[in-house]
Design a protein around this ligand. Sequence first.
Ligand code: ATP
Ligand code: MG
Length: 191
Amino acid sequence: MHRLTKRFGQVTAVSGLTFESAPGVVTGFLGPNGAGKTTTMRVILGLIAPSSGSARIGGRRYAELPHPAGTVGAVLDHAGFHPARTGRDHLRVYARMGGYPDSRVTEVLDLAGATAYADRRARGLSTGMRQRLKLATALLGDPAVLLLDEPANGLDPAGIAWLRGLLRELAGQAGLERLFLSLTATGGDPR
Ligand SMILES: Nc1ncnc2c1ncn2[C@@H]1O[C@H](COP(=O)(O)OP(=O)(O)OP(=O)(O)O)[C@@H](O)[C@H]1O
Ligand SMILES: [Mg+2]
């Protein structure tokens, strides 16, 4: 991230942000509501263009990555599910797009602790259940970089403890180079 600025009309969402996320560690990105965390992630993923400055992943812009889907896994807070589709169907669609076998769907459902309700329609799932399915989606391509926007949202205390362990484990794996997550500052220990 180099001197990244993003303006939406009169609103400056991100102002001159420079930082680097080191390989092999979990980088927490803290700030109160409206601080610009989600905006920064959307710029990193090339979903919106910066007003000035740049965001690079391993030295390249997202659009310049040779295999973006296999390099970066992301969970953004507004990513949705088709209400009539099951979590497993949702994952199968993404698996097909990324060229991953159905067996990988089973694996990531398991990794995310979502197997028990993978065959229920999304409309009936709780916030925490959806959160786990989104995490499973981000893990599909076994990406080197994982970007998670408020990954603990909706998780119960046991779920938060579980997520902490999983993220630490993923960051420790040789395969995952960078893990970047956004957390809303709450005054307490967000992690
Ligand atoms: N598409 C948009 N159009 C106009 N303003 C926007 C847009 N997206 C974000 N903003 C504004 O940019 C600022 C930063 O928003 P952002 O969503 O990045 O904050 P955040 O740190 O993710 O907050 P939260 O903790 O609530 O998720 C806010 O003032 C927001 O209203
Ligand atoms: Mg946000």
